[in-house]
Write a protein that binds this ligand. Structure first.
Ligand code: GDP
Length: 429
């Protein structure tokens, strides 16, 4: 096993830059540069020198013993002054040591998986944690990184193994006229697990929204102030506003953090009947995107809404240009910002409520594994319904379900998924 090293912090000028080394030679290589090493898990200030004894930097050195590090291997960290030239010089010196090589993206994490320090779901959580930009994303990623999905999978597994064991017992004792009927207990175990799995599978869509963002479309007739509202929400001129109707012809997207939730606001072409071909295409597109969005904000001016699209449940209907009249209907002004806070709170409330549906399973991969398990459990129940003499077949279905759930944490079928996951990691992680 080679010893790998990489810059673990972002490339560029910074106060401190951390270079991480992992593998059998990590400690000896760090010692080559630093002269001596501090005790494990304590830091020590050292002068780092290259092969010719020339001073490279004054750095904090930190070491972790095998079995007590992120990767599970011997690990050393060099906390350098964050200048690019310093980093480059230290990386070069490390690369000159025989047996040392620069890490591939995600290779530290891959080693953590191989050494059993993290399971596959935790790695997915970690990948999301490094990408997290909003509070909701951070919390969700941390939940998965902390091993919550692995814990759930383990408890489902325990229940299914117990159910399988009960069935196996009836197979083994089939000739001996076992007096107890295990079917009720097995059925109860299966029903519990199936209910939990169904809930998790349903939550994946919301988890994906928290990760990738919710879409909120602003819709309404031309000239009601949709673009002005988008610009006010974004705090910049993202969309062209004009008094000429039909200006917004493509869908304009602005990504923002709304109460911790990642939200993409879409400004769409004004909805009206038109003979203009280009505007017509814009309206088609607007209708399509608005229908697909998680939520629509319908803007109207003085005229009540009469649109090619109807509000759905939870959609928000709000009057625009609140600065131009006095009235107590729910209204917002993109020009002055009046009513804006109330509108963003309404949007956030709807999305937060939906985000509650998110569970611990956060990816399509998880959903597919859970659905495979559910299909097998349905089949097991159907076998059982034919009578206890089909126990063997039911037990086989349970094993299929257990295998499907094992793939959540990477006990099986790991190789295919690994490359895909690690491709997203940055160098040094
Ligand atoms: P869109 O076609 O629905 O995107 O509407 P725009 O944002 O382009 O605005 C159309 C016209 O209404 C422009 O002349 C804007 O200056 C004006 N307008 C937009 N929002 C407001 C507002 O809140 N108050 C006032 N007084 N005028 C507005």
């Amino acid at each position: 096993m080679s010893t790998i090293f990489a810059l673990a912090t972002a490339l560029g000028k910074s106060g401190v830059a951390v270079i991480r080394l992992s593998g059998p030679q990590a400690l000896s290589a760090a010692k080559t540069l630093a002269g001596s090493l501090p005790e494990h898990r304590t830091t020590g200030l050292r002068s780092l020198r290259d092969g010719d004894g020339v001073l490279l930097d004054q750095a904090l050195v930190l070491t972790f013993a095998k079995g007590h590090s992120f990767t599970g291997e011997d690990v050393a960290e060099l906390h350098l002054h964050g200048g690019p030239a310093t980093v480059k010089a230290v990386l070069k010196t490390l690369g000159d040591i025989a047996g040392m090589r620069l890490a591939d993206p995600g290779e530290f994490t891959r080693r953590a998986l191989e050494n059993g320090c993290l399971d596959l779901a935790q790695i997915e959580g970690l990948s999301d944690l490094l990408e997290a930009e909003t509070e909701a994303q951070r919390k969700q990623a941390l939940r998965v990184f902390s091993g919550a999905l692995g814990d759930k999978a383990e408890s489902w597994r325990t229940d299914l193994i117990r159910a399988a064991a009960l069935l196996e017992a009836t197979i083994d004792f089939a000739d001996e006229d076992v007096p107890v009927d295990v079917t009720p207990e097995v059925t109860a175990l299966l029903d519990n697990v199936m209910a939990a799995l169904t809930k998790e599978a349903d939550g994946v869509r919301m988890s994906e929204r928290i990760r990738d963002g919710f879409e909120v479309a602003i819709v309404g007739p031309p000239n009601v102030g949709k673009s002005s509202l988008l610009n006010r929400l974004a705090g910049r001129d993202a969309a062209i506003t004009s008094e000429i109707a039909g200006t917004t012809r493509d869908v304009i997207e602005v990504r923002m953090d709304l109460s911790g939730l990642p939200v993409t606001i879409l400004d769409t072409a004004g909805l009206r009947e038109t003979d203009d071909t280009v505007e017509g295409i814009g309206i088609e597109r607007a209708l399509m995107r608005a229908k697909q969005a998680d939520l629509r904000v319908f803007l109207y001016d003085q005229e009540p809404l009469d649109l090619l699209l109807q509000p759905e449940k939870d959609d928000i209907v709000v009057r625009s240009k609140a600065d131009t009249y006095d009235g107590d209907d729910f209204s917002v002004s993109g020009l002055t910002g009046k009513g804006l806070e109330k509108l963003t709170m309404r949007i956030a409330a709807v999305l937060e409520n939906r985000a509650l549906g998110a569970g611990t399973a956060i990816r399509e991969r998880h959903r597919m594994a859970i659905l495979r398990a559910l299909t097998a459990l349905e089949a097991a129940k159907s076998e059982l319904s034919y009578g206890i003499e089909r126990s063997e077949l039911a037990a086989e279905e349970l094993r299929t379900a257990i295998r499907a759930l094992d793939s959540l944490v990477g006990r099986v079928d790991v190789e295919q998924i690994l490359d895909e996951i690690f491709a997203r990691f940055c160098l040094g992680k």
